[in-house]
Write a protein that binds this ligand. Sequence first.
Ligand code: FEO
Length: 173
Amino acid sequence: MNTRVESALNDQVQKEASSSQFYLAMASWAENNGLNGTAKFMYTHSDEERFHMLKLVKFINERGGKAIIPAIALPPKEFNGLENVFELLLQHEIMVTESINNLVDICLQEKDYTTHNFVQWYVSEQLEEEALARSVLDKLRLIGGDKGGMYMFDRDLENAAIMSDASNSATQK
Ligand code: FEO
């Protein structure tokens, strides 16, 4: 495997692993703050990021490279409310998208069209994840400090997590 592509893929393994840990910290914070729907949504999201990482690890090894299992930085223990959580999530996803775009660029420079093809799945995934984070943030801004609205929001997120679980178990088989 091309060493530059291998190194960029391993950087991505690290980013997906830290995304999983970051969203796990958000899930735990939400659970401790009575936001059970948000917690379920974040636990599911954390699992998805672990799946993104595993998919990369397997691809690197199958193509004759060596996947490196990374150390992960300590995620935050506290968050400053739900809007803060989803702002951080969106910023994080924007950073991941930039990293995926950089990976696409390296594949083209190195003429590694197989990896380029593989990475397209991540390009589409990032589009969806950023759009989801933006739409959730829009809802939160509409609700403002309204407690009834917040209760409904948390319940809606629980339903979104259940639907995402169902579609993931269908596509990850
Ligand atoms: Fe796998 Fe949300 O980046």
